[in-house]
Design a protein around this ligand. Structure first.
Ligand SMILES: Nc1ncnc2c1ncn2[C@@H]1O[C@H](COP(=O)(O)OP(=O)(O)OP(=O)(O)O)[C@@H](O)[C@H]1O
Length: 227
């Protein structure tokens, strides 16, 4: 599903690369946690996958798409395969829960009819039934992150990237979000999670990839994390 072969990303010509000859393979349906100290290169790695950044060298293939031959006009097609959620939710403040989720479908050119049948199902999946008409400021942090997740998965991506999704949440809401990611993974979506939360990493017992100074320093099935 995700293949990186000796990928290097340097933001500057002289400085150390943010990602340095990283090779990794993630199979379809895996749940992978990326850990590493601040500045280790996790976000850069994720940005290479979403094509926000281009590698300086090396090969990237995601869902059968080889980035070497990927034309700019096909990037929307790639982004359809990858849903993304962030620490700060990035919701539209003047739109309701329903509208925030629907927006992802509107820009994809779906009809109103399709939107009306699809959005409620996803809102139910993330546990927000009854909150459709709330605006983001009328929700808790955990609920806002659920909206962001609903929006990320409404087009049924093959991969869900969650970049520090619990960074702004208390432990209870953090675990609710992690359980929701596990549920989405169970339905078949490959999940890539970055987190600094030791408790979450150590209790989940999933594959853990550690990045340090742009390199993978460990890759363990049922891994653990010490900060
Ligand atoms: N747009 C950019 N231009 C120049 N340097 C950058 C840019 N983005 C990141 N870097 C540098 O690349 C390195 C890796 O940063 P990155 O954001 O990938 O780390 P991270 O592991 O995600 O950190 P955090 O846990 O704090 O989010 C850092 O040294 C950072 O300063």
């Amino acid at each position: 599903m995700i293949l990186l072969d000796r990928v290097t990303k340097s933001y500057t010509k002289t400085g150390k690369p943010a990602i340095n000859r990283v090779s990794v393979h993630v199979k379809a349906g895996e749940f992978v946690i990326l850990v590493g100290t601040s500045g280790a290169g996790k976000s850069t790695l994720l940005k290479l996958l979403t094509r926000e950044e281009k590698p300086s060298s090396g090969k990237i293939v995601v869902g059968g798409i080889d980035y070497d031959t990927l034309k700019d006009k096909h990037i929307p097609l790639l982004r359809r395969k990858i849903g993304v959620v962030f620490q700060d939710f990035k919701l539209l403040p003047n739109r309701t829960v329903f509208e925030n989720v629907a927006f992802a479908l509107e820009i994809a050119g779906m009809t109103n009819r399709e939107i009306k049948s699809t959005v409620p199902k996803v809102i139910e999946l993330v546990g927000l039934k009854g909150k459709e008409k709330n605006f983001p400021h009328q929700l808790s942090g955990g609920e806002r992150q659920r909206v962001a997740i609903a929006r990320a998965v409404v087009r049924q991506p093959k991969i869900l990237i969650a970049d520090e999704p619990t960074g702004n949440l208390d432990p209870k809401h953090s675990w609710d979000i992690v359980r929701l990611l596990e549920k989405i993974n169970k339905y078949g979506t490959t999940v890539l999670l970055t987190t600094h939360n030791v408790d979450i990493v150590n209790k989940l017992k999933r594959r853990v990839i550690t990045i340090d100074h742009g390199k993978i320093t460990s890759d363990q099935a049922r891994g653990t994390y010490k900060q």
